[in-house]
Design a protein around this ligand. Sequence first.
Ligand SMILES: CC(C)(COP(=O)(O)OP(=O)(O)OC[C@H]1O[C@@H](n2cnc3c(N)ncnc32)[C@H](O)[C@@H]1OP(=O)(O)O)[C@@H](O)C(=O)NCCC(=O)NCCS
Length: 152
Amino acid sequence: MRIRQARLEDSAEIALLRRQTIRHVNANDYPEEVIESWSVKVGAQDFRKSADTCKRWVALEKERIIGFCEHNDACELSRMYVHKDHLRKGVGSRLLKVAEASLEKQGCAEINIESTVTAKNFYERNGYKVLQKTTYKEDTKQPIYKMSKKFS
Ligand SMILES: CC(C)(COP(=O)(O)OP(=O)(O)OC[C@H]1O[C@@H](n2cnc3c(N)ncnc32)[C@H](O)[C@@H]1OP(=O)(O)O)[C@@H](O)C(=O)NCCC(=O)NCCS
């Protein structure tokens, strides 16, 4: 597996991976109608449009994208998704390390994330602490966790 910065031409593959992961993985933790609405909310065009507003990383195996994540310049990490067929093989942790190094280089003292219920253990395992259990901004019923990690 290797990790590189995303390119515009990755957008369709990234969007497909996101949709599949939400439908197969987040579906264990959120109701069906929420999964359906989240999965169609962001498409390839949205990834193309937001490419300049963040640093996005992709994990590749045999030149196929098996995971991605991104961060902005406000020390916020988001959209961490691993392909449903490549879970629990360290892909998410590898992506996280690369994004964290990039944020540290940007001068961040800590990293903030809004984690799904699905990813809470993953982030805790990677050194993040829960600051607050809250709800997703566009859907006040769906639980998420505000979490953070300080650079030591
Ligand atoms: C969260 C996610 C990115 C983790 O990716 P991953 O590549 O499977 O994670 P890793 O293999 O690096 O896992 C590292 C450790 O995190 C923990 N972990 C990962 N997934 C977990 C799960 N579903 N349940 C409990 N612990 C989990 C484990 O301790 C794991 O170590 P282990 O496999 O040796 O036990 C992936 O499950 C995913 O894409 N989830 C859906 C999308 C999502 O909710 N993203 C977060 C948006 S904020």
